[in-house]
Ligand binder design. Structure first.
Ligand SMILES: C[S@@+](CC[C@H](N)C(=O)[O-])C[C@H]1O[C@@H](n2cnc3c(N)ncnc32)[C@H](O)[C@@H]1O
Length: 235
């Protein structure tokens, strides 16, 4: 019972705090990586029950508040953002909740993340979309700023929407993340970015994005400090 309680506390903390890599490493070694004790979170969006398997391996292992905000927004604003038959790329997809919602809404979805996240991401996406009569989603490796031209050549890949939730937190890849957003945001592409704003670096990133893209705030979620922004037209 004690260890289940501790695990629960860890999972709860991970949802609200950005752990340093050192603390995360300690947690990884302390708690077994594969365990049926890990939470399965249940959500309902667009009339579908979605079950998300979480783990404790990395930052992509739990559902973050930005993912909840964007999922809710996409569900409630289907006329404004009609994803049916649209090409959608999610970067830093984590557990895959947002990609699953986009798939339910009829999009051609490519969910991407770091290699170590892809197994759980694929599992969640597959179990939640396999019985849907929708476009089959794809899961791919996409490390921000790396091999973009080789893996996603401009001549072949053009996305209508780029989705990103809680990809900005205390990490060293913010410049690569920005470069990735710029790479994929071509004329006609809309970036929907939902993020919990905590650190000055979050606001600095927002400022950089505002200098590159047209930006508008679509929604704010004060209970979770999440802002949802729409950005478009790289200049
Ligand atoms: C805080 S989590 C958010 C996960 C998910 N979007 C959500 O809101 O639940 C950040 C995500 O970005 C991914 N990530 C971090 N650094 C990355 C990088 N350099 N390249 C690609 N993905 C990265 C992590 O693996 C993780 O899935």
């Amino acid at each position: 019972y004690f260890s289940i309680t501790i695990r629960h506390k860890i999972m709860t903390c991970m949802k609200h705090e950005a752990y340093s890599p050192v603390i995360l490493k300690i947690l990884q070694n302390w708690v077994p990586r594969v365990s049926h004790y890990f939470d399965k979170e249940h959500y309902t969006y667009v009339g579908h029950q979605i079950i998300i398997q979480e783990s404790i391996e990395h930052f992509g292992a739990v559902v973050w508040p930005g993912a909840l905000a964007l999922s809710q927004y996409l569900e409630s604003n289907q006329e404004q953002f009609n994803l049916k038959d649209k090409k959608v790329l999610e970067i830093g997809a984590g557990t895959g909740l947002v990609s699953i919602v986009a798939c339910i809404l009829g999009a051609y979805v490519t969910a991407t993340d770091l290699p170590e996240v892809l197994e759980n991401l694929s599992y969640n996406i597959s179990r939640n979309t396999q019985n849907l009569n929708m476009h089959k989603p794809e899961v791919r490796k996409l490390v921000w700023g790396e091999d973009l031209n080789e893996d996603f050549p401009v001549s072949t890949y053009h996305y209508d929407f780029i989705l990103a939730t809680d990809v900005v937190y205390h990490h060293a890849a913010l410049d690569s993340l920005l470069a990735t957003m710029v790479y994929f945001c071509r004329p006609g592409t809309v970036l929907l970015w939902a993020n919990k704003f905590r650190f000055s670096t979050d606001y600095e990133f927002l400022e950089k994005l505002c200098n590159i893209f047209h930006t508008t705030i679509l929604a704010e979620f004060p209970e979770s400090d999440v802002k949802l922004l729409k950005q478009w037209d790289a200049q």
